[in-house]
Design a protein around this ligand. Structure first.
Ligand code: ZN
Length: 136
């Protein structure tokens, strides 16, 4: 298991359309376009910043995890993602070390990444995403 960098920071927002102008027009960061991930009931936009990215997440269904997050905690920081070299090996190693995982198997992430979430109980409150890009 090797952690390579902060891959992205995920922000839950009510509306991509209402949020993107701040990042694109005021901060001058151009998004890579949007992608819907039906599996997670979200639509996301990635905004590359240097070697990392900002991910904006909007719910597509009322029972989406993002909708529930906004309902209880409001818009804002939702997760941080670390890039790892080998997602399968990382999950196996963390499980072996007794770390509580939300995902025990990798699942599809935006842009074709393989991702898995670590349970916030294991990280003192942070929803931590692990991400492996297959184009590395
Ligand atoms: Zn993410």
């Amino acid at each position: 298991m090797k952690v390579l960098k902060v891959d992205h920071i995920g922000l839950a927002v009510k509306s991509l359309q209402d949020t993107l102008p701040f990042y694109e027009e005021i901060l001058g960061i151009k998004s890579n376009g949007t992608e819907e991930i039906p599996d997670q009931k979200v639509r996301v936009a990635f905004l590359p910043v240097g070697d990392s990215e900002i991910e904006l997440l909007e719910a597509t269904e009322p029972d989406s995890p993002i909708a529930k997050f906004i309902e209880s905690r409001g818009e804002g920081l939702q997760h941080i993602a670390l890039r790892v070299d080998d997602i399968e090996a990382t999950i196996a190693e963390l499980k072996e070390k007794g770390v509580r995982m939300i995902d025990e198997k990798p699942r599809y992430g935006a842009g074709g990444a393989s991702i898995a979430f670590v349970h916030p109980k294991a990280t003192k409150g942070l929803l931590l995403e692990l991400s492996q890009r297959n184009d590395d």
